[in-house]
Design a protein around this ligand. Structure first.
Ligand code: PMP
Length: 428
């Protein structure tokens, strides 16, 4: 596979962009080698600057549930762009998108639009602190909630990939207000609340973890979390930046029948353009400025292009919900990969929920961050590059989620399983 143009671009990039990329995991540090510079996407495939084509399981890290360059989304963006790209004044489509979120997400009564998942979690945290007048926040090890100071404590995603426990630049005084607990451990949460309950503003949680690789919640974990927080007067924040509109139209909260006080949204919400949101109980959201005293703002918030792409995406998902098909397709893919690994004697644990999955190179079940990081990351790197060389693009780190989109079908899934079998054979 010729990657000369990607290599040249990466050399140029490294001179003017730290690490050559604008978001760390793109640099392939978790798997080695040169990142591919992508030129275009078509449905379930991407094409790099050297003309290599890949079956894409990254989906831009989650937003592209409809696949790349969906014609209806693209033409909506084009039409809206010709009327102006930003006004800094309210527009009708923002109201329509907020109404859509309220109608789809079970716990959403009001919505504030922001520009990214990070802004959504940052806003949710400030709001929870302002509403409860408490300072502490509980998060779970290996969960990633964007690059907000308070959440860069034992975080997942790139923080886990690069093996850094926290981040220089986050003052200890700030990090000290974050309590980080093992995922899936309701007893540890209970104990923490017994000790600090009257100081905890919120518990923030990925209802299905995606940023240490997929880790599925134990059945009782999320409901116990909601009950414990409620008992102690703390807010529950579901970070559904990945799971929102991915696991169901109403996200993980619909799937598990739970109602957090606040929900963070991003990724699919913007249909591939920068958009995030905090949604939740009106009583809490009304504390945001200008209605309430908790300040939050944004020059480009509710940007017409992002809102149009997001609204069109949600309308398409609602008109023809793909979730049963995605479940079936991803389940077939994971079963096929598992069988191929077994045939070749390579121990793997495949974690899956809906159309999110991770192939962990481990003999032991993965239920939390500790068991996730026990995986053989060197083997994952060889698996990743073996597949990349065969034209299949997975997440470039063991500690990330792969995604199946509506543009994938049975044929490409079988193609992927065959490629995986060939790679496992070379790993055995
Ligand atoms: N929360 C979760 C669960 C995420 O996965 C991410 C990003 N992967 C974020 C928040 C941050 O979103 P963004 O990258 O849009 O700031």
């Amino acid at each position: 596979m010729d990657c000369t143009s990607s290599e040249h671009l990466f050399q140029r990039a490294c001179k003017v962009i730290p690490g050559g990329v604008n978001s760390p995991v793109r640099a392939f540090r978790g798997v080695g080698g040169t990142p591919r510079f992508l030129e275009r996407g078509e449905g379930c495939r991407v094409v790099d600057v050297d003309g290599n084509r890949y079956l894409d399981y990254l989906g831009s890290w989650g937003p592209l549930i409809l696949g790349h360059a969906h014609p209806a989304v693209v033409s909506k963006i084009q039409a809206v762009a010709s009327q102006g790209t930003s006004f800094g004044a309210p527009t009708e489509r923002e109201v329509a998108l907020a109404e859509k979120v309220v109608s789809l997400v079970p716990s959403a009564e009001m919505v504030r639009l922001v520009n990214s998942g990070t802004e959504a979690t940052m806003t949710a945290l400030r709001l929870a602190r302002g509403y409860t007048q408490r300072d502490l926040v509980v998060k779970f090890e290996g969960c990633y909630h964007g690059h907000v100071d308070s959440f860069l404590v034992k975080a997942g995603s790139g923080v886990a990939t690069l093996g850094i426990p926290g981040s220089p630049g986050v003052p200890e005084a700030v990090a000290g207000l974050t309590l980080s607990l093992p995922y899936n451990d309701a007893a540890a949460l209970e104990k923490t609340f017994e000790r600090y309950g009257d100081r905890i503003a919120a518990v923030v949680c990925e209802p299905v973890a995606g940023n240490m690789g997929v880790v599925v919640p134990r059945p009782e974990f999320l409901s116990a979390l909601c009950e414990t927080a409620e008992t102690h007067g703390a807010l529950v924040i579901f970070d559904e930046v990945i799971t929102g509109f991915r696991l169901a139209l109403g996200g993980a909260q619909e799937r598990f029948g739970l109602r957090p006080h606040l929900t963070c949204l991003g990724k699919i919400l913007g249909g591939g353009l920068p958009l995030g949101a905090v949604a939740g109980k009106a009583e809490v959201l009304q504390h945001l400025a200008p209605e309430g005293p908790v300040y939050q703002a944004g020059t480009l918030s509710g940007n017409p292009l992002a809102v149009a792409a997001g609204l069109k995406t949600l309308e398409l998902l609602e008109a023809d919900p793909p979730y049963a098909r995605l479940e079936q397709l991803t389940s077939r893919l994971c079963r096929g990969i598992e069988e191929a690994a077994a045939e070749c004697g390579v121990p793997v644990q495949i974690s899956r929920c809906g159309s999110m999955f991770t192939v962990f190179f481990s003999r032991l079940p993965v239920t939390d961050f500790r068991s996730a990081v026990a995986s053989d990351v060197k083997r994952y790197a060889r698996f990743f590059h073996g597949l990349l060389g065969r034209g299949v693009y997975l997440a470039p780190s063991q500690f990330e989620t792969c995604f199946v989109s509506c543009a994938h079908d049975e044929r490409v899934v079988e193609e992927t399983i065959d490629a995986a079998r060939a790679v496992f054979a070379s790993l055995a």
